[in-house]
Write a protein that binds this ligand. Structure first.
Ligand SMILES: Nc1ncnc2c1ncn2[C@@H]1O[C@H](COP(=O)(O)OP(=O)(O)OP(=O)(O)O)[C@@H](O)[C@H]1O
Length: 449
């Protein structure tokens, strides 16, 4: 597995000697170090680069490190600040902590003391990341992702994900709803050198244009109604990590332009603020649409598509990796049984046949929901087909298959329904089917859908 990103440390001291000694020592512990001799230089450096840790002298020539402290934190709220001083007294230590310092280092200091402070800063960073992950998992009550697969198609996808992880390029995941694009984006992050930094999800279509721009890039107080204070965006919050943009095909032209600039230059402005900021994040985007078609239709910028799909990964639908159905189903049974505090039931042979035979238009999400529901309904130690919804049971026994004993009309209906299951609009489905939307509309009425 690749190295993680080094801790970025800013040393703020007016004495060149101290800056250099501390710098050499920190570099020896694997940190990336920059130096600043004045408060203004320190603030400038913080604006340019998101540091993790700062060592700040209590006396900076005529300036006071204690007064500088709130300004440093105002610039980077997540920064860990350690105050250094030759004038150690309990009072200044308490005051420094009160103003937001994380630690206190009396001069003269020794390398083991510095190492201890660096380790503490690393631990804090890891803890806050893990807390974020746990909160996200609690919110979704999601089972552990199962990344083993017996399907050659899915294995090929996982291989590309592993390769993409070690190259810091933008990745576009394409696939139907519920195929696990979010799960793969998370896996990619976890295998990359950014894994100790945040993984942040932005669900694009749930927000209006203005709110999405503000969600991504932040806003200044008063930028729009309801913007009561300055707010950082998800790009800043994810500094050093990965931002997962779900349903990227849905974003408006205005946000497309902002995102393109960000991908080109890593620069952006908060909504309503002239100042240009930078953020170092990897973008992973996902879509269930044919973005090439969206480009042709003039709804999606071609230059943005080429920035997003430096690597493109197509995630196969569950019906094209039937080998995965039962292992996933068993993993979900275990998870939901554990949640309910009961022993996991077995799948009967009839249930296994049913699950493997269903087309799963909603993919892994549909399978997960079906198992969750079945566990609520089934009391016994074996899950039988009766605990599954009618449409799943029916599709296993009756779904027409190519080359089977079915009329062309039945095959057409099945094909059209499956296409409609993974398209956002009737127009899109009609385009794929090669008919016009009004014809599809009439056919649907005839089929009772
Ligand atoms: N390999 C896997 N192991 C365990 N759970 C999975 C796996 N793949 C998908 N899931 C589960 O299936 C559901 C859908 O996954 P996910 O949200 O990643 O799909 P998606 O393709 O991003 O869907 P959408 O396009 O609708 O956002 C989630 O509940 C997720 O936990």
């Amino acid at each position: 597995m690749s190295e993680t990103l080094p801790l970025r440390v800013l040393v703020i001291d007016d004495e060149r000697n101290i800056r250099q000694t501390l710098g050499i020592c920190l570099e020896g512990f694997g940190c990336k170090v920059e130096q600043a001799a004045t408060g203004a230089a320190a603030l400038d450096a913080l604006r340019r680069e998101p540091f993790d840790l700062a060592f700040c002298d209590l006396k900076l020539g005529g300036e006071s490190g204690l007064d500088l402290l709130p300004q440093l934190l105002g610039e980077r709220p997540g920064l860990d600040v350690v105050i250094i001083t030759a004038y150690a007294t309990v009072d200044t230590a308490v005051e420094a902590m009160r103003r937001g310092a994380k630690d206190y280092l009396p001069k003269p200091f020794t390398p083991p003391q510095i190492r201890h402070l660096v380790d503490r800063a690393r631990d804090r960073r890891t803890l806050s990341r893990r807390l974020g992950e746990l909160e996200a998992r609690l919110e979704e009550a999601a089972p552990e992702a199962r990344l083993e697969t017996a399907s050659p198609k899915m294995q090929a996808v996982l291989d590309v994900v592993a390769r993409a992880a070690s190259h810091d390029v933008a990745v576009l995941l394409r696939g139907e709803n519920g195929t696990g694009k979010g799960v793969l984006a998370r896996a990619l992050h976890a295998q990359s050198r950014r894994r100790d930094r945040p993984f942040v999800v932005v669900n694009c279509p749930t927000l209006s244009e203005e709110l999405l721009a503000s969600e991504l890039f932040g806003h200044a107080r008063g930028a729009f109604t309801g913007a009561v204070r300055d707010q950082e965006g998800r790009m800043e919050a994810a500094e050093g990590g990965t931002v997962f943009l779900d349903e990227i095909g849905e974003i408006s032209p205005g946000v497309q332009a902002k995102l393109l600039r960000f991908l080109q230059e890593k620069r952006f402005e908060r909504v309503g603020e002239p100042r240009t900021r930078t953020a170092d994040v990897r973008i992973v985007a996902a879509t269930n649409r044919e973005l090439d078609a969206e480009v042709k239709a003039g709804r999606f910028r071609e230059d943005l598509l080429y920035r997003l799909n430096v690597m493109e990964i197509v995630v196969p639908p569950l019906r094209e990796r039937t080998e995965d159905i039962l292992p996933l189903a068993r993993a979900f049974v275990e998870f939901f049984a554990r949640q309910a505090g009961r022993p996991p039931p077995d799948l009967s042979a009839a249930t296994e046949k049913l699950l493997v035979g269903h087309a799963w238009p909603g993919n892994v999400r549909e399978l997960r929901n079906a198992i969750e529901r079945a566990l609520i309904l089934a009391r016994g130690q074996v899950l039988e087909p009766e605990s599954f919804p009618e449409r799943i049971a029916a599709s296993a026994s009756e779904a027409p298959v190519l080359g089977g004993n079915f009329t062309a009309d039945e095959i057409e209906r099945e094909h059209a329904l499956r296409v409609m299951a993974h398209t956002a609009t009737m127009e899109e489905a009609a385009r794929i089917l090669g008919i016009d939307a009004s014809t599809l509309w009439r056919k649907r009425k005839k089929w009772g859908r």
